[in-house]
Design a protein around this ligand. Structure first.
Ligand code: ADE
Ligand code: ZN
Length: 342
């Protein structure tokens, strides 16, 4: 106590993850196995060297490593095994539902046939449900690849519309990748009933978040870290109930913040913004969702009721149907509060 009981409480809370990338969820053993099959990808085949490989100088360096892992995925079996690896990790943490970001354009540029990607997602999702974890998909545009990627991602999403596809996103670098250029694709995705969830304010200033809100009609913001530098923006996000998908350990590992205690999540919470906690690319960042709850609790002095609220926020901010939301919320409310320290 109190660390152990808080840990147990965090585990017992039914949780939802809203920001996790499929490629970035490849477990260390899975990456090592892929690396042995694809020596030319330049990914280490030794566990110690892989941990070193996953030590990032900055965000551009992280993306290069991420792309190297992505380049090794070739068929439905690779995709299904990523989905099931993620599923087992989520299940072991009592995460019941996750919205998983997939970047179809990148897989196709790397040579994976569309049918292979779709088959791996479908079989993986069906097996995940059997294992007690519901998965939904976000198809996102790799922003650095420009308008062609926007066009193709939209066309793929709307033509294929696989079961479980709920949202449309935008990832990759932000500097020199204006959000507004993708406005027509987001408008069409929204029109077709998908939700808008672009990354913004992870690696650039609050103007990018404003643009995501105004130009892309963002319903949630991926990261939104730099929103905290603009009080008017924080007030806008709070007033319009636009949640942030905050990924503290990710921001630490890509050198966007120096410490978790220095992360602006404390200011976001104080401003009344709807904060959700997420892992982004868990094995690459040596992160778990339970670890994010614990790290934020320790850094900002949050107790069980604050953590319960964060778990509720994720359910509210999700794109689950109303009945599934209320089922999870009931369970979260019923999770016993740990006994206070003697
Ligand atoms: N793709 C994978 N992880 C990402 C991140 N943290 N930001 C933007 N694009 C990404
Ligand atoms: Zn992300």
């Amino acid at each position: 106590m109190p660390g152990d009981s808080l840990r147990a409480f965090i585990h017992a809370l039914p949780k939802v993850e809203l920001h996790v990338h499929l490629v970035g969820s490849a477990g260390v053993d899975a990456v090592l196995a892929l690396a042995r099959r694809h020596p030319s990808a330049g990914v280490p085949t030794d566990a110690v060297e892989l941990r070193e490989f996953f030590t990032f100088r900055d965000f551009p360096h992280f993306l290069k490593v991420y792309w190297a892992v992505q380049s090794m995925l070739t068929d439905r079996h690779d995709i299904e095994s990523l989905v099931l690896g993620l599923t087992d990790s989520l299940r072991s943490q009592n995460v019941r539902y996750a919205e998983v970001t997939v970047t179809p354009y990148n897989h196709m540029v790397d040579g994976m046939p569309a049918d292979e990607l779709l088959a791996g997602l479908a079989s993986g999702r069906a097996e995940a449900a059997r294992r007690g974890v519901d998965l939904a998909w976000c198809f996102d545009i790799p922003g650095e690849k420009g308008l062609a990627a926007g066009r193709e991602t939209l066309a793929f999403a709307l033509t294929e519309r696989p079961d479980g596809l709920v949202s449309f996103g935008l990832g990759g670098p932000e500097v020199s990748v204006p959000r507004a250029q993708f406005a027509p694709f987001f408008a069409a995705a929204l029109e077709a009933g998908l939700h808008s969830v672009p990354h913004a304010g992870e690696t650039s200033g609050p103007a990018t978040v404003w643009s995501a809100v105004r130009d892309l009609s963002a319903e949630r913001i991926g990261h939104g870290t730099s929103s905290a530098d603009d009080p008017a923006l924080l007030a806008h996000l709070a007033e319009h109930r636009i949640p942030l998908e905050v990924c503290p350990t990710s921001n630490l590992r890509t050198q966007q913040v120096a410490t978790i205690a220095g992360h602006p999540v404390g200011r976001m919470l104080s401003a009344g913004v709807i904060v959700t906690l997420n892992t982004d690319d868990p094995p690459m960042f040596d992160a778990t969702l339970e670890g994010e709850y614990l790290a934020v609790a320790e850094a900002f002095g949050l107790g069980a009721e604050n953590l319960r609220q964060l778990a509720r926020n994720a359910v509210d901010a999700s794109f689950l149907p109303a009945a599934a939301k209320s089922y999870l919320l009931t369970e979260i409310i019923a999770t016993p509060t740990p006994a206070s320290p003697a």
